[in-house]
Design a protein around this ligand. Structure first.
Ligand code: GTP
Ligand code: MG
Length: 189
């Protein structure tokens, strides 16, 4: 399947969001969970900057993506939550920008990324509940699946599906596992 992607813009606040009303899929999750890496893996191109240190993505970054004959849409990389260094400033930044982002009237599908090694973190459950008030089209994906043993895969998948009460596919930006399923999920949203 042919995939094309390009960086379009970074937004620090509502004035910076695109105005062409393409559909959007936003990746949400804790800092360092692998949002930017997953975007690169999905589009098979290094469009987004990643880092081993949390707090790398500080703006809302918009990538225009086309896959096969499907209509173009934006993949949106948002700053992560739960990044404490520098006091409360990053948390406030996440809230302000993320709230402004979802306050728009364009169709937004939200994918919550949770680290598959740590199912059921309170900050992830809070984010999921909050997303429920913002977007009717939401899904959960477990990241860094390559770091799990076989036994953990089964156990953590069960735990994730029990706390979120929906199927939670596991993905790996490193091995490419689960990306086809994630593309299908994105098309559904
Ligand atoms: P912020 O921008 O800080 O919110 O982080 P992020 O969620 O965008 O995370 P990022 O993609 O920058 O990845 C964080 C770290 O996790 C990097 O060191 C990545 O190489 C690593 N990482 C991301 N995805 C995977 C994965 O699927 N497997 C493994 N093993 N490591 C991963
Ligand atoms: Mg990032």
């Amino acid at each position: 399947m042919q995939i094309s992607s390009e960086f379009v813009t970074s937004a620090a606040d509502a004035r910076g969001f695109p105005r062409d009303r393409l559909a959007e899929i936003a990746l949400i999750g804790r800092s360092n969970v692998g949002k930017s890496s997953l975007i690169n893996a999905l589009v098979r191109q290094q469009v987004a900057r990643t880092s081993a240190a949390p707090g790398k993505t500080r703006l809302a970054n918009f990538y225009r993506v086309r896959r096969g004959a499907q209509p173009a849409f934006y993949l949106v990389d948002l700053p992560g939550y739960g990044y404490a260094r520098g006091g409360d400033a990053p948390a406030r930044e996440f809230n302000r920008l993320t709230e402004a982002y979802f306050a728009r009237t364009v169709p937004i599908g939200a994918v919550l990324l949770v680290d598959a090694r740590h199912p059921g973190l309170e900050s992830d459950l809070d984010a999921w509940a909050w997303l429920g008030t913002q977007s009717s089209a939401r899904a959960v994906v477990g990241t860094k699946a390559d770091k799990l043993t076989r036994a953990e895969r089964a156990r953590h998948t069960r735990e994730l599906e029990s706390v979120f009460a929906i199927p939670v596919p596991l993905v790996s930006a490193q091995t490419g596992e689960g990306l086809d399923e994630l593309w299908k999920l994105i098309a559904r949203l």
